[in-house]
Design a protein around this ligand. Structure first.
Ligand code: NFS
Length: 649
């Protein structure tokens, strides 16, 4: 194990995590924070994006503008290598969402055909989607419509001609025209991923501009055939989220109960775990526990929080910490963001790590195969394993941090509109839009993405949010960033104290109309695929105002990004013309050309994302400076709309 240098206070803002980091050291357990420290300074070539390992002539590395080779053995320049590597990251980010969406579409199909034990929880949303797709709904059985919607959804992975069906029903026509003129409209998700991998291959695409447009094309695929498709069909199967009150932090783990953590991303499994946990309570009591306590980690946590109010223990960087409490009987994982270290940590305690999907196995974990058809059996097997583990606890190793905080979640676009209807039934968007116009709400920013052991956990997410709130920016949040903000009371009425006066007024008025003291200053919109909800909200506002999304004073920010998935989502928002901030260096600095295209202002550089699409990438590690860069761009967009702009200090 590496020698630990940092104080735990420097590693995480979360006091429960700090406590568990100390315990891990006492117990001789290595964590991601230790490994990050042991890794030391990161490889400069990798950070700059100038390392190429696409063939066996290399690996080739280029020192930008310096001594030594200025091209790989094949002749690829730094510009081509950096652009190609960026496309690789976006493709690697998009593929998991695309696969996620396909799994949900298949589950809907099997449900409609009576082969999987789920139901259509929200027929209204199903009928709305069916109508948008141009399907006949009148006089038809709901399962018949569901089957047809599922088959139409699967066309997003199959059709050889035309444009992604989900893009066609969601995007603004004027924006689609722009995408068409730039030849970035996707045909089908599998084709786009294959094409992207193909153009990255040695001896294929070497034009940095073409490669970056290729990244936008994959990002659009991610947005529509990944994010939107997943959320829409999950809402049909499991319900559209509505406001729920729940709890965050490691204190949600309960000493006297069988604790099961659900971790990963796909709600098909976790929904069943929650359902069967209730049904098998008696078996837990039989071994001396008071019941079964399910809690979430990462985005599976967000999914079951949003729809069921299940509490959330922790986010990405600290996913090993629940195990360190010594009180978790099982950690059930599906896909994505699962640290391969989990079984090694679990070995020091009695926790069983249970993998569930054929494409995600980890040495040292138990595997219980999950399919939509056997969902009930798999969930029961997993819960019974956890119950059996309760008796294997070592009381000397149990220590659970007491901290927990209350948070509101469940703010789907539908729920936000419902809340606004309580202020203006006929024209629900009017109060929101009027307050944006007046400047009571300066703009809207989506705080999204991860935590990353490279920087102090939760700190940048929270600081960016507070600075924006102070300047009356309404914040919506998803992913692990949402966890950070919830843990520090920004999703409860207590967060109101961080807001500027204008924003406070608006939140109180809408809150009171809904029987609450206030709306929380940060609205939790869900998991990372639920960035589709953010997009839906932006589209709703843009369509109401008769403008494009790129004209609105909105932005995205991912201060603690770690996953390529977040880069794919960010690129999707860039394609919509929405600025995106990242707080971790994206590996593009090795090419001035690529950096200028992605991050440059259209007034200063000939070719930029800003000029082509209307949004740019902003890289700034300092959260306060980052917030101000975002505010500057919001002000620019307000000015272009002729809206009043306060002086930002
Ligand atoms: Ni998003 Fe969610 Fe978290 Fe980052 Fe990982 S869990 S899909 S990638 S780390 S936010």
């Amino acid at each position: 194990m590496s020698k630990t240098v940092h104080n735990v206070e420097e590693l995480s803002l979360d006091t429960g995590v700090q406590e568990m980091l100390l315990k891990a050291r006492e117990d001789g357990v290595e964590t991601a924070f230790d490994r990050s420290e042991a890794m030391g300074a990161r490889c400069k070539f990798g950070l700059l994006g100038v390392c190429c390992k696409r063939c066996l002539e290399g690996p080739c590395r280029i020192v930008p503008g310096g001594k030594g080779p200025q091209a790989g053995v094949c002749g690829a320049t730094a510009d081509a290598i950096v652009a190609r590597n960026f496309l690789t990251l976006v493709t690697e980010g998009a593929a998991p969402h695309i696969e996620h969406a396909r799994e949900v579409a298949l589950t809907l199909l099997e449900t409609a055909e009576g082969k999987a034990p789920y139901s259509i929880s929200n027929p209204d949303k199903l009928l709305d989607i069916a109508a948008r797709l141009g399907l006949t709904v009148d006089g038809r059985e709901i399962k018949e419509v569901a089957r047809e919607v599922a088959l139409k959804a699967l066309e997003n992975f199959q059709q050889q001609f035309g444009v992604l069906p989900w893009l066609k029903i969601k995007a603004q026509p004027k924006t689609v025209e722009r995408w068409q003129s730039l030849n970035v409209l996707p045909v089908n998700a599998h084709l786009e991923v294959t094409n992207a991998v193909n153009r990255q291959a040695m001896g294929c695409d070497a034009d940095p501009v073409n490669l970056l447009l290729g990244a936008i094309r994959v990002a659009l695929t991610d947005g529509y055939a990944g994010l939107h498709l997943s959320t829409d069909l999950q809402d049909v199967l499991f319900g559209v989220p509505a406001v729920v009150k729940s709890e965050y932090r490691l204190g949600v783990i309960k000493e006297d109960m069988v604790n099961i953590s659900v971790h990963g991303h796909i709600p098909m499994l976790s929904e069943k775990i929650v359902e069967w946990a209730e049904k098998l309570e008696n078996e837990a009591r039989a071994v001396g526990a008071k019941g079964i306590n399910i809690f979430g980690v990462c985005c599976t946590g967000n999914e079951i929080l949003m729809r069921r109010g299940v509490p959330v223990a922790t986010n990405f960087s600290s996913q090993e910490m629940p195990i360190v409490t010594g009180a978790v009987e099982a950690m059930v994982v599906d896909i994505q963001c699962i640290m391969p270290s989990l079984p090694r940590v679990a070995k020091c305690y009695h926790t069983e790590i249970i993998t569930t999907l054929p494409s995600v196995k980890i040495p040292g974990a138990t595997h219980v195969e999950f399919t939509p058809e056997n969902a009930d059996e798999a969930a029961q097997t997993i819960i019974r394993k956890a119950i059996a583990n309760f008796t294997k606890r070592d009381p000397a190793k149990i220590k659970i941090p007491q901290d927990k905080v209350e948070a509101y979640a469940g703010f789907s676009t539908e729920q936000i509109l419902e809340a606004l209807k309580k202020v203006n039934q006929e024209d629900p968007l009017q109060p929101l839009v009027e307050n944006i116009k007046s400047g009571n709400i300066l703009g809207v920013v989506a705080l999204v993405g991860c935590t990353n052991p490279r920087i102090k956990q939760d700190w940048a997410n929270v600081e960016v949010a507070k600075e924006l709130l102070k300047h009356n920016v309404l914040i919506v949040a998803t992913g692990c960033s949402a966890h950070s903000l919830a843990k520090f009371s920004l999703m409860s009425p207590r967060g109101l104290e961080y807001c500027g006066e204008g924003l406070q007024q608006v939140l109180k008025v809408i809150g009171k109309a809904n029987g609450l003291e206030t709306l929380p200053p940060v609205l939790h919109m869900g998991s990372c695929v639920d960035n589709s909800r953010v997009d839906d909200l932006v589209m709703t506002l843009a369509n109401y105002l008769g403008v494009e999304a790129r004209d609105l004073p909105v932005a995205g920010s991912s201060p603690e990004v770690q996953s390529p998935k977040a880069l794919a989502i960010g690129s999707y928002f860039l394609a919509q013309g929405i600025d995106v901030h990242v707080g971790i260096q994206p590996p593009i600095a090795g090419s001035e050309l690529v950096s200028n295209i992605l991050m440059g202002d259209k007034d200063r550089h000939a070719l930029t994302m800003d000029g082509l699409f209307g949004g740019k990438l902003i890289y700034e590690e300092d959260p306060i400076k980052a917030a101000h860069l975002i505010l500057e761009r919001i002000i620019q967009k307000r000015k272009a709309l002729g809206l009043p702009c306060p002086d930002i200090t």
